[in-house]
Design a protein around this ligand. Structure first.
Ligand code: BG6
Length: 483
């Protein structure tokens, strides 16, 4: 791998994301030689840490995520880290930061390349972007910025933030990160769809009855009640992860594998996305909140959550496209906290066909994303002792050894940022369409809230979410495949 010279500035360098994800991922890239001698990382946050203290934190982060490491490598790697105490609203602090970045650029021969990473509370993203521009923090080489989710709270705020960021960065240099796009099984969707005639040829509106995406979580909101109560499942999971998955499932085949062709295929699809009317929102969407149990809080009793909250911890809904191979096929999705288990999966449900046996089980394609990674096709055959039909799975899976080698999503995506590959990042035109859809649903819900009697299904924890989620299907022969 080529050594990429760069000075990286992480806003939120003392935070949880940096500690759990970014530092270990950077270390792995360092070990592979992608960043080596010519790089420096400046961690910024308000706390008054020293360079030495940050280096200890970086070293701890690596030990916590790796079974075996070469201590000399950890030491050498950590020596590239610098800490700058920083208040994001203070102009002078940006001047200091700029000076430090320039000094490190000279010391490490980083060739004027800068990588900015927004890893702190999203309400500061706009302020930081504005200061990067006003105090000219960009370097004379490449300038890239990674922006964590959520990118805005609705379309208007996302547009505002985008304006602030594009004042200093071109669209090609803005990496809106969605960690789902770094997951192994999400990256398997395209090769699976486009290299197998068996799959490609049936991936059409004639053959597919519906598509189902489930992102179920075992845990509740934990310590994130304050953030979550202003967001809810629709903004937290559907606006980004679920829509990206659906886009990969429904988009037409790209001309080639270049980032621009893939984004073009996604954009073509998304232009044809049908935005629901308020009546359709009422009919096709279900929102819910988890109740408590003997040893867990109900959502409304979670710390930092409004006891009268109307924020949803579960949502199920439907989306359709006018174009693409599965035009007009209903794509159902659901996501929620406090399900019976963690399970991220996709089910492609094929239509039944008439057959001489008069019976058959549904013939589906399932992609399990987490916690196990596999693809399987449910297939009909003959029972051994009768002429009856039996159902088995044809499975594509990875060995334990292979799974152990799968890099964490952040490592993959950071690698892509270094090598300037934006394939697995959200383009502005995609994000805009996602927000248009989300805003319509949120507006309809808001109106319902204002009328004083919002329909929010309360569901028991550690089961399958509200039973009303089964009411959104278009026909009585449809049901959730994962139950
Ligand atoms: C994050 C959400 O984007 O994704 C969290 O903010 C959620 O609320 C998480 O728990 C789920 O990610 P994963 O990779 O654990 O499925």
């Amino acid at each position: 791998m080529k050594n990429i010279p760069v000075v990286m500035i992480i806003f939120g360098g003392s935070g949880d994301l940096a500690h759990r994800k970014l530092y270990p991922a950077l270390f792995n890239l360092y070990e592979q030689g992608l960043i080596h001698d010519n790089f420096a990382v400046i961690g910024t946050a308000r706390r008054p840490w020293s360079h030495e203290y940050l280096r200890e934190q970086v070293s701890d982060a690596i030990h916590e995520t790796h079974d075996q490491v070469d201590e000399n490598d950890v030491k050498r790697f950590a020596s590239h880290f610098y800490y700058q105490s920083h208040d994001v609203t203070n102009v002078e602090h940006y001047e200091t930061l700029k000076k430090l970045a320039q000094e490190l650029d000279d010391r490490y021969s980083a060739q004027g390349n800068r990588l900015f990473y927004m890893a702190m509370a999203p309400r500061f993203f706009g302020t930081i972007a504005t200061h990067i521009n006003d105090q000219s923090l960009t370097g004379s080489g490449f300038n890239r910025i990674v922006v964590e989710k959520p990118f805005g709270h609705d379309l208007a705020s996302a547009e505002e933030l985008n304006k602030e960021i594009t004042a200093s960065f071109n669209e090609d240099d803005i990496f809106r990160i969605d960690h789902y796009l770094g997951k192994e099984m999400i990256q398997n969707i395209m090769p699976m769809r486009f290299t197998n005639p068996l799959i490609k040829d049936i991936w059409t509106s004639e053959n597919v009855k519906n598509i189902q995406v489930t992102l179920a979580e075992r845990l509740g909101v934990e310590a994130r009640g304050g953030y979550y109560d202003t967001s809810g499942a629709l903004r937290d999971m559907v606006q980004n992860h679920i829509f990206q998955i659906i886009t990969l499932l429904a988009m037409p085949e790209p001309k080639d594998l270049s980032s621009s062709s893939i984004h073009k295929a996604k954009q073509d699809l998304l232009e044809s996305m049908i935005i629901p009317t308020p009546e359709e929102v009422e009919k096709d969407f279900v929102r819910g909140q988890y109740l408590g149990s003997d040893n867990t809080f109900a959502y409304k009793k979670e710390p930092n959550v409004d006891p009268e909250s109307t924020t949803e911890t579960f949502v199920a809904g439907k989306v359709k496209f006018k174009k693409g191979p599965v035009a007009d096929v209903p794509i159902y999705f659901r996501t929620g906290k406090e399900f019976k288990e963690k399970k991220n999966r996709i089910d492609i449900v094929l239509k039944h066909m008439n057959n001489p046996y008069g019976q058959a089980h549904s013939n589906n394609i399932t992609i399990e994303i987490d916690p196990v990674s596999k693809i399987y096709i449910t297939i009909n055959g003959k029972k051994i002792d009768t002429s009856g039909i039996r159902r088995e799975n044809l499975t594509y899976e990875f060995s334990k050894e292979e799974m152990a080698k799968v890099p964490d999503g952040y490592e993959r995506l950071l690698h892509d940022v270094f090598v300037d590959d934006s394939t697995n990042f959200t383009h502005w035109s995609e994000l805009k369409r996602y927000w248009e859809f989300i805003d319509t649903v949120e507006d309809a819900w808001q109106k319902e809230n204002e009328k004083g009697n919002p329909k929010i299904s309360q569901y028991l924890p550690y089961r399958m979410g509200p039973k009303e989620a089964s009411d959104i299907f278009e026909s009585p022969t449809e049901h959730w495949i994962y139950e």
